[in-house]
Design a protein around this ligand. Structure first.
Ligand SMILES: NC(=O)c1ccc[n+]([C@@H]2O[C@H](COP(=O)([O-])OP(=O)(O)OC[C@H]3O[C@@H](n4cnc5c(N)ncnc54)[C@H](OP(=O)(O)O)[C@@H]3O)[C@@H](O)[C@H]2O)c1
Length: 325
């Protein structure tokens, strides 16, 4: 089968198309003939610095949609030929991907494979951030970093459906602000002085919930922008900053809470909890009209171009690799 392989960490050029033996499912696994593979920021980190990768060489790719190709021992409820979508621990940038049956889902009602390929990482993450880690209550306000990206466009919609009062976003360019406004945001701030713009928009009160994927100074300024009893959830570190810590002195004056969420961490720690989360999240796409915009598609051989586009910070929504549509 053809697959995109990383043989050394580095710039997008290290993504090389190779012929590899087809992976066969072990107990509790299925193999999937990949139709489409989603592109995630975490794969850029995996390629450049080995984030959550066990060693070289490896095939990146955390999500795929396609047809079940083979079923491993002990797997029930999935049949050869069935259209499915899966969260993977890697290997999605390939004609055949291996998935745990527990993280493989029947195509949600009314969705095409192409739409479904955009969901497995982004939508459960957005659901967990809003409902579980962020514990958003109706009427509360939210601030989301990276509002025009994959997780960002999902978060605007999920927060809105959860009854958020005001949904604020932050992006790096005015074009992205206009884009994010179509996905649930009331107001989108451009640039690094988002905290000043937010203070103005809220009359100095701040927000109830900050969802931060950038880290570093952006995280600190987000926490400082919380209203009394506010919560901040870290879910990424796209600025590549040092790990954060918050102590009593930072949190006590306004009785703030901070937490963090990782879908890959949850997949490793508690696959059944992730399955339940994913089922709840996919229902938003099947029945509530949550839609992940797919803004660009690349053939498998051009995976490097997809990575370049995300790294240029010019991308919006979700990017897909079209493997075998
Ligand atoms: N914790 C989890 O379970 C989980 C799951 C999925 C994704 N994530 C995280 O969520 C974030 C978004 O992921 P995604 O896959 O949906 O990607 P994405 O949002 O489509 O693209 C990356 C985003 O990061 C922002 N960004 C900030 N600094 C950047 C930099 N130096 N280079 C490139 N982009 C930068 C960009 O927005 P601006 O240019 O507007 O700032 C862009 O929206 C990432 O940090 C990712 O690691 C976490």
């Amino acid at each position: 089968m053809r697959a995109v392989v990383v043989e050394q960490f580095g710039t997008p050029e290290v993504l090389q198309l190779r012929d590899l033996p087809e992976p066969l499912p072990g107990p509790g696994q299925v193999s999937i003939s990949t139709g489409y593979a989603g592109v995630n920021f975490a794969e850029i980190l995996a390629r450049s610095n080995g984030y959550r990768v066990s060693g070289l060489p490896f095939v990146p790719g955390l999500e795929a949609a396609g047809l079940v190709r083979a079923v491993g021992e002990g797997v029930t409820g999935l049949q050869v030929g069935q259209p499915v979508v899966a969260l993977l621990s890697g290997g999605g940038y390939a004609e055949v991907a291996l998935a745990e049956a527990a993280q493989t889902f029947a195509l949600p009602d009314g969705l095409e494979l192409r739409d479904a390929a955009a969901l497995p990482s982004v939508l459960p993450t957005a659901y967990a951030l809003v409902h579980h880690a962020g514990r958003l209550r109706a009427g509360e306000s939210v601030l989301v970093q990276g509002a025009a990206g994959g997780v960002g466009t999902a978060l605007g919609q999920v927060a809105r459906l959860a009854g958020a009062g005001r949904v604020f976003g932050v992006v790096s360019h005015p074009d992205k602000a206009a884009y994010a406004l179509k996905y649930g945001y009331d107001e989108v701030f451009v640039g690094e002085d988002f905290d000043r713009q937010l203070a103005e928009a809220t009359g100095g009160r701040g927000v109830d919930l900050v969802l931060d994927s950038v880290g570093g100074d952006t995280w600190r300024r987000g926490v400082a922008s919380l209203a009394r009893y506010g919560r901040a959830v870290a879910f990424g570190n796209s600025s590549n900053a040092e790990a954060w810590s918050s102590g009593f002195a930072d949190l006590a004056p306004k009785a703030l809470s901070v937490s963090a969420f990782s879908i890959l961490g949850l997949a490793a720690a508690d696959p059944q909890a992730l399955r339940a989360l994913t089922t709840d999240a996919f229902a938003l796409a099947a029945t509530q009209g949550v839609h992940l915009p797919i803004t660009a598609e690349f053939p498998l051989a051009d995976a490097a171009d997809a990575h370049r586009l995300v790294e240029s910070r010019a991308s919006t929504g979700k990017l897909l690799l079209t493997v075998n549509p």
